[in-house]
Design a protein around this ligand. Structure first.
Ligand code: 8WW
Length: 156
């Protein structure tokens, strides 16, 4: 019986830079990523994304654009992660380290893919060119993609 866990993932952009966070603990620890996490009951996915961005980076945005839908399955685990990807260029607050994440700005042509989830180097180019995308990735462990599909979509 497969079940899905709904997660948000937010990327903040500033001209040629993108804000990433170094995950200090928990799932994805030791990797740079956008800001996000589990969407709780009683909140919309976008509300969850706004909440996680605030909690993890100290940045408040009310103008998120939905740009991607990614599903991650891990061999031997029944829960599929359904990750809703958002981006924003309008926010208030200075990115601040939390107990979960250490934020840092990166030039978009200097993204540290070797310290990120392996799928990111596949869909970041779509995000960076302003496309909307949908994908599925089957992982074996946290380093090995057994198979995937990824496509651009017109709209969500
Ligand atoms: N970029 C990326 N992110 C995730 S999980 C993102 C959602 C999340 C989950 C838990 C805490 C915070 C954020 C991935 N999983 C497999 N490949 C992946 N790539």
């Amino acid at each position: 019986m497969v079940n899905r866990k709904i997660l948000s993932l937010v990327f903040v952009r500033e001209s040629t830079k993108i804000l990433l966070g170094f995950k200090k603990r928990g799932f994805g620890q030791g990797r740079w990523n956008g800001f996000g996490g589990k969407v709780e009951q009683g909140e919309t996915i976008e509300e969850g994304a706004i909440r996680e961005l605030q909690e993890e980076a100290g940045v408040l945005s009310h103008d998120l654009s939905k740009i991607g839908l990614l599903e991650f399955e891990f061999v031997g685990e029944p829960t599929i992660l359904q990750v809703h990807v958002f981006t924003t260029t309008s926010y208030i607050g200075l990115p601040t380290e939390s107990d979960e994440m250490k934020p840092q700005w990166f030039e978009v042509d200097r993204v540290p893919f070797d310290e990120m989830w392996p799928d990111d180097s596949l869909w970041f180019p779509l995000m960076l060119k302003g496309a909307k995308f949908q994908g599925y990735f089957l992982f074996h462990g946290h380093h090995n993609i057994l198979k995937y599909n990824l496509e651009e979509v017109e709209r969500f």
